[in-house]
Structures are given as structure tokens and as C-alpha cells.
Design a protein around this ligand. Structure first.
Ligand SMILES: Nc1ncnc2c1ncn2[C@@H]1O[C@H](COP(=O)(O)OP(=O)(O)OP(=O)(O)O)[C@@H](O)[C@H]1O
Ligand SMILES: [Mg+2]
Length: 280
């Protein structure tokens, strides 16, 4: 009975975790720039960039390789400092990493010595959440990313898509307000990618987290984003901010989606063409 009661309490807590009450926070990126000192001298990765992201907004970043997208995500994550400007989360300047913001990469950085369940539980354990409660929360999240039955599998026994699902569940376990996703589906085949789009959209609709999502895939950006921001070649700066009004859930095969993607691709091509012309 006690066990049941604890389970109910933990489930209730997990329900709270996954509802709007613990949704996203706004991000304010104000004139952020970044220079790196390299052997060849000073390299400007990012020019003065300003972005306002509303709480619960899904923003996709698109831009040529090397334009500073990952650099910007690292700065928002607090893993790197801007050379100029300011980033604030929920009105508070970011001065370092925090559990309100989680960064996910193309290669799901999972612990190979832990099984799926223990990977998902990892952050909760660090926080001192009891074993029983951890198990209940992990169970809910594993279900949410459709990995029931794989709780005891190790990382090497999972496909790329499954690994990314575990990484998402592990990130959600910490209940961050912001998910920063750096080409998370870049290494996956088209069908798996498509599936994960739907799953991520479902998670986002249920949790209202703020998502900043970097991709090279224009259709992916249009399928997922409330907004798609296009960067110029390095040094990166925002050259276009598209608001995507298409109804959800969206299909990659939808003609309106394809038309919007074509428009964005043209903007990207023009920016890259300009870059090539100035380099000639
Ligand atoms: N720690 C670093 N030291 C020096 N230069 C760096 C560092 N990190 C990034 N850069 C440089 O900054 C520029 C932007 O890099 P960044 O990784 O942000 O690009 P990106 O837009 O994410 O590219 P991609 O689409 O290929 O992932 C690149 O020229 C890169 O070489
Ligand atoms: Mg990158």
C-alpha cells in the first residue's frame, strides 16, 4: 500500500514535471558576439546577434557550416562566454551552466556502462531523488519516448534513433525549461528522423518547453519551428526570421511546408552566393 502510495505521489510529481506548469522560459540574446583566438589570429565566429525567444517557443536555427550556430548554443548553455553582449534566461543573465538549460548533440552522449533506465535516471540520482521515485519518473519518460521493453538494454544494443530517444528522456528527467538541440537528428535515416520529429513535437506540445534547435535540414526546421532564423556565412549574423504559421502536426510531405522550405532555401542560397561572390 505504501509502495502504491509512493508510486502515486511520484507519478503525480512526474505529471507536474510534464505539464505547462513547468514549461519553458524566455531567452533574451542581446547583441551577442564571439571571437576566438586561433593560431591564425582572431576569428569572429558570431557577429552581434540579437534574438528574443518567447517562453515555450520552438525556434530553429539554420545556416552554413561554420556560421556560429553551435557557438551560440554553447553560449546559451553557459558553457562558453560571449565576447560581447548578454544572454538572459527568464530575465536573469546567464553566467554558467544550469539545470534549467540542457544541450543535446548529434551523437547522444550516453553512459555506455549504464542501461537505458539508469542513463535516464542519472541526473535524478545526482540530485538525490530516491531510487523508487527515480524508477517511476524514468518509467514515464521511457514510455514517452517509446522505448518500453528496452529499459535493461545497453547503449551498444540500441540504434541511433533509440540512443537519441534515451538522450531526450535523460534531458527531460532534469525537467529543464530550455532544450538546446544541436543537429540532434543529423545522423539518422529519413524515416527515423521523421518519427523523432513527431515525438519531439508531441513532447514539446505536452511540456511547453522552450526549444532552440539547430539543423542543416530546411524541411526539418519548417516542420518543427514556430520560427526559423537564417544565419549568414561566418561571421554569423541573422539575415532572416521566418514565422511558420502552418498548422500542427506538420507533415514533411505537405505542399505548403515544401513551399515555405523552398523560400527559406532560396534565402540561404542567396546568402551563400553573396559570400562566394565577395570571396572571389
Ligand atoms: N573553441 C574554438 N576555438 C577556435 N575556433 C572555434 C572554436 N569553436 C568554434 N570555432 C570556430 O568558430 C566558427 C563557428 O563554429 P561553430 O561550430 O559555431 O559553427 P556551426 O555553425 O555550428 O557549424 P556546423 O554547421 O558545421 O556545425 C568556426 O569557424 C569554428 O572553427
Ligand atoms: Mg555546429
Amino acid at each position: 500500500m505504501l509502495e502504491h502510495a509512493t508510486g502515486v505521489a511520484a507519478t503525480a510529481r512526474q505529471d507536474t514535471i510534464m505539464t505547462a506548469a513547468s514549461g519553458g522560459i524566455p531567452l533574451s540574446i542581446q547583441q551577442v558576439s564571439k571571437q576566438f583566438t586561433t593560431r591564425a589570429g582572431l576569428l569572429t565566429a558570431l557577429e552581434s546577434t540579437s534574438i528574443e525567444v518567447a517562453a515555450g517557443e520552438f525556434v530553429c536555427l539554420l545556416g552554413p557550416s561554420g556560421c556560429g550556430k553551435s557557438t551560440l548554443l554553447s553560449i546559451i548553455a553557459g558553457l562558453d562566454q560571449p565576447s560581447g553582449g548578454l544572454v538572459a534566461a527568464a530575465g536573469q543573465p546567464i553566467s554558467g551552466p544550469g539545470t534549467d538549460r540542457v544541450l543535446l548533440f548529434q551523437e547522444a552522449a550516453l553512459f555506455p556502462w549504464l542501461d537505458v533506465q539508469h542513463n535516464v535516471e542519472f541526473g535524478l540520482r545526482q540530485r538525490g531523488v530516491s531510487r523508487k521515485e527515480r524508477a517511476v519518473i524514468a518509467h514515464g519518460l521511457i514510455e514517452r519516448v517509446h522505448l518500453q521493453g528496452f529499459e535493461r538494454s545497453f547503449v551498444h544494443q540500441l540504434s541511433g534513433g533509440m540512443r537519441q530517444r534515451v538522450a531526450i528522456a535523460r534531458a527531460l528527467a532534469l525537467n529543464p525549461a530550455v532544450l538546446l538541440m544541436d543537429e540532434p537528428f543529423g545522423a539518422l535515416d529519413a524515416l527515423t528522423r521523421d518519427r523523432l520529429h513527431s515525438e519531439l513535437e508531441e513532447i514539446w506540445s505536452a511540456t511547453h518547453k522552450t526549444i532552440v534547435f539547430v539543423t542543416h535540414n530546411v524541411r526539418e526546421a519548417v516542420a518543427l519551428g514556430d520560427r526559423v532564423l537564417v544565419f549568414s556565412p561566418r561571421p554569423g549574423r541573422i539575415i532572416a526570421d521566418f514565422r511558420i504559421e502552418l498548422p500542427r502536426p506538420r507533415s514533411l510531405d505537405d505542399l505548403a511546408l515544401a513551399a515555405q522550405a523552398a523560400q527559406i532555401t532560396a534565402t540561404l542560397r542567396a546568402a551563400m552566393g553573396d559570400d562566394l561572390n565577395t570571396r572571389r
